[in-house]
Design a protein around this ligand. Structure first.
Ligand code: UD1
Ligand code: UDP
Length: 352
């Protein structure tokens, strides 16, 4: 079988790393990197650390408005699809690269597999929500990470070809954490002790592109008094400068780091403050209380179970949660058995 994988953004490299390792044992895989993320610490580091084969095509699309990025990706992806004639196209998650790949496959009548299908925030203002709804509705195989995602699809009338295989990010986390713990030196580099710091990330457009929200978040982190390690996404760096916002001494700012360092920072922190989808789940996998800087979450199980709390961009809620939100004890396993990638490969093999 010839599979064409389309990836372009940081979390997609991580998800594809888990699936590609399995896919490649029995199939031919062509990797297309749209170029949505291009800085070394947003792209190359993941290919190196996770041993993802170099992309067969790099479309070098880069940053831009939604229309520019998605349109430019589609022009180039269509050319690749016409040339390669794959048996199936694989897309991940909810970025502009997902949508561009999904629409091209659908128009060319190539079977489309959407990995991480069915997630919903029910906030249509988010570009991610638009991307995932549109992609789900043109997909031939919908691989969901949770039962909630299956229900969401059912509510939109999608019941066929939905496979609840579990979360490929759980596969990735289980596989790479062991390697990360051997290889990462981030704790020594930053002079951090286990359990003494909070790990933070902020990058979602709804926070960075709204000066009021970003200002509230920065003020809350500054005034929480907690020691916070904050690897910064380039988008956030840009807007902090634009809005003239700065951090106080309790915040340790670093550039965005690779997956190994992130896993080790997550494993050894006290709690996590984030607006990332992936990191909310990794917090759950690592049994760390998570404070989510959003008004809703697609990962509702983490909230229902009490391990994750929504604080939005609300100063009071964020500072209060940083000081007081705790959780420990047993967890329910909502995200599969760490073999989602294997399940996906088997289902594609049986059905294509
Ligand atoms: C994208 C996804 C988001 C996902 C995130 C993962 C969309 C609409 N959003 O958001 O769902 O959570 O990836 O990290 O697809 N930039 C650089 N260097 C890079 C990449 C980006 O400087 O290598 C800067 C540019 O100024 C760019 C901005 O970051 O304009 C935003 O990048 P973009 O890819 O549009 O969105 P993300 O915020 O990364
Ligand atoms: N991540 C990383 N380095 C960082 C921040 C995040 O490797 O500096 C990883 C993180 O462990 C998770 C994924 O990137 O697996 C999440 O990506 P991101 O937060 O950019 O996007 P989202 O999941 O919100 O779409």
């Amino acid at each position: 079988m010839k599979l064409l994988t389309i990836i372009g953004a940081r979390p997609q490299f991580i998800k594809a790393a888990a699936v590609s390792r399995k896919l490649r044992t029995q199939n031919e895989e062509i990797i297309v990197h749209t170029g949505q993320h291009y800085d070394d610490n947003m792209s190359k580091v993941f290919f190196d650390e996770l041993e993802i084969p170099m992309p067969d095509y790099n479309l070098n699309v880069g940053s831009g408005s939604h229309g520019t990025m998605t349109g430019n990706m589609m022009i180039k992806i269509e050319e690749v699809m016409l040339k390669e004639k794959p048996d199936c196209v694989i897309v991940y998650g909810d970025t502009n690269s997902t949508l561009a790949g999904g629409v091209c496959a659908s128009k060319l009548l190539i079977p489309l597999a959407h990995i991480e299908a069915g997630l919903r925030s029910f906030n249509k203002k988010m570009p991610e929500e638009q991307n995932r709804i549109l992609t789900d509705h043109v997909s031939s195989f919908l691989f969901t990470p949770t039962e909630t995602a299956v229900e969401n699809l059912k509510n939109e009338g999608i019941i066929n070809n939905v496979y609840n295989v579990g979360d490929v990010m759980y596969d990735a986390c289980l596989h790479y954490l062991k390697i990360a713990e051997k290889r990462s030196t981030i704790l020594e580099k930053l002079n951090l002790n286990k359990g003494e710091y909070i790990l933070g990330t902020v990058h979602r457009a709804e926070n960075t592109n709204d000066p009021l929200r970003l200002k509230n978040i920065v003020r809350a982190l500054n005034e929480s008094g907690a020691k916070i390690v904050l690897p910064l996404h380039p988008r956030t760096k840009k807007y902090l400068k634009q809005y003239n916002l700065s951090f106080s001494d309790n915040i340790k700012i670093i550039d965005a780091v690779g997956y190994h360092d992130t896993l080790v920072l997550e494993k050894n922190c006290r709690k996590i403050v984030t607006d990332s989808g992936g990191i909310q789940k990794e917090a759950y996998f690592m049994k760390k209380p998570c404070i989510t800087l959003r008004d809703e979450s697609e990962w509702v199980e983490t909230i229902k179970s009490g391990w994750n709390i929504l604080a939005g961009a609300d100063y009071e809620k964020i500072t209060n949660a940083i000081q007081n939100f705790e959780k420990n004890g047993e967890q329910i396993n909502y995200y599969g058995n760490g073999k989602a990638s294997e399940g996906i490969c088997n289902i594609l093999k049986e059905n294509l």
